[in-house]
Design a protein around this ligand. Structure first.
Ligand code: NAP
Ligand code: G4F
Length: 349
């Protein structure tokens, strides 16, 4: 039985990856931060279920800013694989907390690699790299060979993490890989990322709890996939004969505007737009009710306008393909928020 450590296990991807690895028979150890409010909703079904009883799912307090803690956990757990998903993952917030973001996202990765090098260089390491590295893109679509051009403290910190992973692979022959993942969403996505903000907004509007959704740049384009599909690619990267870096994407790009239109369409509302720039608004064509407005509050000092991934290498070498389409993803998220689905939110064991 293989053992894995997951940092960021309480996050969207951490929860899907934990389920995936448990299904594969792994013993999964998650690192969680102490919090004064509940931060384990996405994994509570694992902490209380059969895997916890059989000690196949174990949580440990820790933090990517604390090297001693990381060293101790890696030494005692003796993992075969470490998936570093922990991060301050919100791009806009990284402009507010750039130093914290850099410490956790960049130096946190270095701390793990140093620990692996010292404790057991045979541990396989996955780094959650990001399409944000491409930033103000130098070419479209973006592949493993596209030059990076980051546009936020988040992306600059992830760039350090990317290169330190490559450096430790080259310098110390660690099995260290970067998964350069394009945006991936799900009913478990944090509610301040744009997709979930839209789907929870729609649910609240329909239930009379919210009048409209206030957004920023609705012309930004993203390559959006389903998080449940993407965790398989993470695992596949660590099962190869040698370490490498891989782009994971759908190969389709859509605007935030299109996401809004399809999400409203799914609940029977035809969204029409009027106005320009910050004065643009989205209306229900049947009733004239204002459903979307724009506020400068949600614009970023520097934006990533267009992301579109070329995942040819991942498809060929890992035999991986996304299963859930853009439309299916939107429907899944809207339905989940509308119905407060705990059964979609979590897999039953
Ligand atoms: P998420 O939902 O925001 O989860 C982030 C996780 O990191 C949470 O478990 C969080 O713990 C943990 N964390 C934050 N600061 C930490 C610290 N100082 N020490 C230890 N853990 C810490 O993010 P996600 O969407 O699952 O993404 C997973 C990883 O992939 C992140 O590194 C993200 O940057 C990267 N990524 C995501 C995407 C995407 O589209 N989702 C695309 C490319 C790359 P709390 O619950 O306690 O806050
Ligand atoms: O949903 P977002 O906040 O995701 P973003 O910035 O693309 O970052 C996500 O994906 C990255 C991979 O490319 C990850 F590395 C990162 O950790 C995170 O998971 O914003 C998407 C787009 C942006 O262009 C943003 O300006 O939507 C635009 N947007 C428009 N209105 C908004 C809003 N974003 C947010 N969060 N909130 C808005 O009201």
């Amino acid at each position: 039985m293989k053992k894995a450590i997951i940092t960021g296990i309480t996050g969207q991807d951490g929860s899907y990856l934990a389920e995936f690895l448990l299904d594969k028979g792994y013993e999964v150890h998650g690192i969680i931060r102490r919090s004064s409010s509940q931060n384990t909703q996405r994994i509570d079904h694992l902490s209380t279920g059969k895997f916890a009883e059989e000690e196949k799912f174990v949580l440990h307090f820790g933090d990517l800013s604390d090297s001693n803690n990381l060293n101790k956990l890696i030494y005692h757990i003796e993992p075969d694989e470490i998936y570093n998903l922990g991060a301050q993952s919100h791009v806009k917030i990284s402009f507010d907390v750039p130093e914290f973001t850099s410490d956790v996202n960049a130096i946190g990765t270095l701390r793990l690699l140093e620990s692996i090098k010292e404790v057991n260089p045979n541990i396989r390491f996955y780094q959650a790299s990001s399409s944000e590295l491409f930033g103000k893109v130098k070419e479209t679509p973006q592949s493993e060979n596209t030059p990076f051009n980051p546009r936020s403290p988040y992306a600059v910190a992830k760039l350090y993490a990317y290169w330190i992973t490559v450096n430790y692979r080259d310098a110390y022959e660690l099995f260290a890989t970067n998964g350069i993942l394009f945006n991936h969403e799900s009913p478990r996505r944090g509610k301040t990322f744009v997709t979930r903000k839209i789907t929870t907004g729609i649910s609240n509007i329909i239930k009379g709890r919210q009048d409209k959704i206030i957004l920023g740049n609705i012309d930004a384009k993203r390559d959006w996939g389903f998080a449940g599909d993407y965790v398989e690619a993470m695992w596949l990267m660590l099962q190869q004969d040698s370490p490498d870096d891989y782009v994971v994407a759908t190969g389709e790009t859509h605007t935030v505007r299109e996401f809004c239109e399809l999400a409203f369409e799914h609940v029977g509302i035809d969204l029409v737009w009027d106005g320009e720039g910050e004065n643009e608004k989205g209306f229900d064509s049947a009733t004239g009710k204002e459903l979307i407005s724009i506020s400068s509050q949600f614009f970023r000092p520097t934006e990533v306008d267009l992301l579109l991934g070329d995942a040819t290498k991942t498809q060929q070498k890992l035999n991986w393909k996304p299963k859930v389409s853009f439309k299916e993803l939107i429907h899944m998220m809207v339905d989940s928020d509308l119905n407060n689905y705990n059964n979609l939110y979590r897999k039953e064991y």
